[in-house]
Design a protein around this ligand. Structure first.
Ligand code: ADP
Ligand code: MG
Length: 246
């Protein structure tokens, strides 16, 4: 099995605070990998070092064998690391389909993306992706009018339109109702299995994490507490102490 993402000895401090200490893990193709841990554990810092928003103090990040450590976010995105964004905030006045069409266009560096004729380009591709996330029926609604859970689905469609090798999802279900959380992660897992893209995600609901993650990393105050399959991690006494408050 080839690793899409390899993280080796990543380290990040903010002033005197060690946010992430020697984190190492790898994500294989077509797998969901979760980073879990209490608030302030260093999860977002890890995501940001992989996505290029933060430069690590030490350590390496490799994408499909290529060193991308400290590269700018735009370049890392171009090389195939997608992130989910808040679509509604940016493009609320555009329709659902237009948001996804924009994603197809921007990925192909078309300057014409913003001109009116472009509104027809990639319409079919956009509809196909929207169908996959269960949003084809709402393709022509303005994003600003969607329910929160549906915005999250559009966000996923936009990320998929960039055809990432690896998708970073930092708390994708934050603010969603429990049932919607379960649905969104089940949907994401299904897409991962059939498309072969890999997902690195974090999520507070442990039932959701254990149901869908192939492997997971547990962080606590920047330190790696455990790494392995859900069964391995669940049986780890230190993990039980952190989560059950021993
Ligand atoms: P998590 O996502 O697991 O909740 P974070 O990665 O956001 O944790 O934060 C890890 C630690 O680093 C926390 O103590 C947080 O306060 C600190 N931290 C995160 N980002 C910054 C920053 N830009 N400047 C200073 N401290 C930060
Ligand atoms: Mg966070």
């Amino acid at each position: 099995m080839t690793a899409v993402l390899e993280v080796e000895g990543l380290h990040k401090t903010f002033g005197g605070l060690v946010a992430v200490e020697a984190a190492s893990f790898s994500v294989e193709a077509g797998r969901l990998f979760a980073i879990i841990g209490p608030n302030g554990a260093g999860k977002s810092t890890c995501f940001n070092m992989v996505g290029g928003q933060l430069r690590p103090d030490r350590g390496a990040v490799r994408l499909a064998g290529r060193d991308i450590t400290g590269e700018p976010p735009r370049r890392i995105w171009r090389l195939g690391v997608g992130r989910t964004f808040q679509v509604a905030a940016a493009f609320g006045s555009m329709t659902v389909a237009e948001n996804v069409q924009m994603a197809f266009l921007s990925h192909r560096r078309r300057i014409r993306a913003l001109l009116p004729p472009a509104r027809r380009l990639y319409r079919e591709e956009a509809l196909a992706v929207l169908d996959r996330v269960g949003m084809a029926g709402q393709a022509d609604r303005q994003c600003g009018q969607l329910a929160y859970g549906d915005i999250k689905r559009v966000e996923l469609a936009v990320a998929l339109a960039h055809r990432p090798k690896l998708l970073l999802m930092d708390e994708p279900t934050a603010g969603m109702a429990p049932r919607e959380r379960v649905e969104l992660m089940a949907l994401t897992a299904g897409i991962v299995r059939e498309s072969g893209i890999s997902v690195l995600f974090t999520e507070h609901d442990m039932d959701v994490v254990f149901a869908h993650a192939d492997r997971l990393l547990v962080l606590d105050r920047g330190r790696m507490v455990a790494e392995g399959t859900p069964a391995e991690v669940r049986d780890n006494p230190e993990v039980q102490r952190i989560y059950l408050g021993g």
